[in-house]
Design a protein around this ligand. Structure first.
Ligand code: F0G
Length: 460
């Protein structure tokens, strides 16, 4: 007889050390957010009750990670902690060269300083903003080639992060000499945390081989992507996630990594590759800004914590819980008629704010309106991903972004199901108030990356 599974999702861990949450009233939050210029990045974190701003560096470490921290060896060169780290990385990603860095964008900066430059063109399924910025900072162009379904808010496609193979082929034919590498972001964060299939990765590899181009992974959420492959891709359901990850790695020539996501770190990252000359160039650049190649801007204890985090993130009990609990939030919002991006991604649920606050035009920033209201109502901090983030053009003009989303990113192993039930209740109340939410206007903004520091004013 097969065992009847229970439907309650339980966290596959119990709590070992707790952090207090500060309760505030709606009136207090109204004051805090006004003082922050209605910009949630400008809030003091202790004024936030449930912080869903990002899943990056905000996860809870395990007992065994804290124990590993005690083993951290702080030797400047050749620390044993470096070798523990490299072994853990290479168990999943067996690249020849593994170069630690302090976080993902440092790896991007080094890689594209080596490979980019004026006239170069870098294709990706969808560049994350720091990846795009680091490509463009060298004078190169960053091109997004995700499949058309990946640009739609709702779709049933199981791998909405896939690369558009025809478009990649066409780009490589047209710009054969200008493409230094092809990138694949797994999962596709900017496209809603959507996975890429093994079949698509194999096809991209084949195209890269035919054109003689190296393939690099932006692999921040590799374990979540591999779990989706196990769940959704034909013939993959019996495999170990670690084994799927090794196959993904074998299809690539290198990777950039933010270890603040799936590797369960509060800080860290790495750059890895097989090419000896490129590795030498990158290590030389690393020494200029990050540090000696056996620590790359991290402490020995950080390297130990990441090594342990890598062992934990590929555990099936963890990943089943992680993906189910994100879907639990997304499905509950759908059931209450709140428009969300579908399928639900791995690390976050994205509310379609343009649909929810449909009385506001994109230039009245519906995403900002919903994000501010979530904070005022329930102390929940989310992130606008829409016209505030992307609307400003290099010539100073302003256009509507393709979507106005509010991302509820779920930190790893940090909030319990009752915290999430509370989030659902706040969202439900918000949906009732949505038709009367005020729009916003920007009162001051910096020349670039304005969403971090712009100040706003409600249009009453
Ligand atoms: N690539 C992807 C796909 C990312 O999601 C991020 C960060 C980075 C690169 C850069 O890594 O922050 O360590 O320098 N994403 C965070 C987020 C900030 O909130 O989605 P980093």
């Amino acid at each position: 007889m097969t065992e009847t599974p229970f439907s309650t999702i339980i966290e596959p861990f119990r709590i070992h050390s707790v952090e207090p949450l500060t309760m505030t009233t709606r009136a207090e939050r109204r004051e805090h957010v006004e003082a922050a210029g209605y910009n949630l990045f400008q809030l003091r974190a202790e004024h936030v009750l449930i912080d869903l701003l990002t899943d990056s560096g905000t996860g809870a470490m395990s007992r065994d990670q804290w124990a590993a921290i005690q083993r951290g060896d702080e030797s400047y060169a050749g620390s044993p902690s470096y070798y523990v780290f490299v072994d853990a990385v290479r168990e999943l990603f067996p690249f020849e060269h593994v170069i630690p860095v302090h976080q993902g964008r440092a790896a991007e900066k080094i890689l594209f300083s080596a490979l980019g430059g004026p006239g170069k063109v870098v294709p990706n399924n969808t560049h994350f903003d720091t990846t795009r910025a680091n490509v463009e900072a060298t004078g190169a162009r960053a091109i997004d080639l995700v499949i058309p379904e990946g640009r739609e808010a709702t779709s049933e496609h199981p791998f909405k992060g896939n690369m558009d193979l025809g478009a990649l082929e066409a780009l490589l034919e047209e710009h054969a000499h200008d493409v230094p590498c092809v990138m694949m972001t797994i999962t596709n964060n900017s496209g809603g945390g959507q996975p890429v299939s093994l079949a698509n990765l194999r096809a991209v590899r084949e195209i890269c081989d035919r054109h003689g181009k190296p393939l690099f992974l932006d692999a921040c959420r590799f374990a979540e992507n591999a779990w989706f492959i196990r769940e959704r891709e034909e013939g993959q359901g019996d495999r170990e996630v670690a084994d799927i990850v090794r196959e993904i790695a074998a299809l690539a020539d290198g990777m950039t990594m933010s270890a603040k996501k799936d590797p369960m770190g509060n800080i860290g990252g790495w750059l890895a590759m097989n090419d000896d000359d490129l590795a030498q160039t990158c290590r030389n650049m690393l020494i200029l800004t990050e540090g000696f190649p056996t620590y790359g801007g991290l402490a020995g204890r950080d390297l130990e914590a990441l090594a342990q985090g890598l062992h934990e993130v590929v555990q099936h009990d963890y990943l089943r819980y992680r993906i189910r609990s994100t879907a639990y939030l997304g499905e509950a919002l759908q059931k209450r008629g709140i428009p969300v991006l579908t399928p639900i991604g791995g690390h976050a649920v994205y509310i379609d704010a343009r649909a929810l606050a449909s009385h506001l035009s994109p230039l009245e920033y519906p995403g900002q309106a919903v994000a501010v209201a979530l904070y005022e109502l329930g102390g929940i901090r989310s992130c606008e991903i829409g016209t505030v983030m992307f609307g400003r053009q290099p010539d100073g003009s302003e256009v509507a972004s393709s979507m106005d989303l509010v991302r509820l990113a779920i930190p790893r192993r940090t909030y319990t199901q009752s915290h999430i039930d509370y989030v659902i209740e706040v969202c439900d109340r918000l949906a009732a108030e949505a038709p009367s939410l005020p729009g916003y206007r920007i009162t001051s903004e910096p020349p670039a990356l304005r969403h971090f520091t712009a100040a706003f004013e409600p249009l009453r």
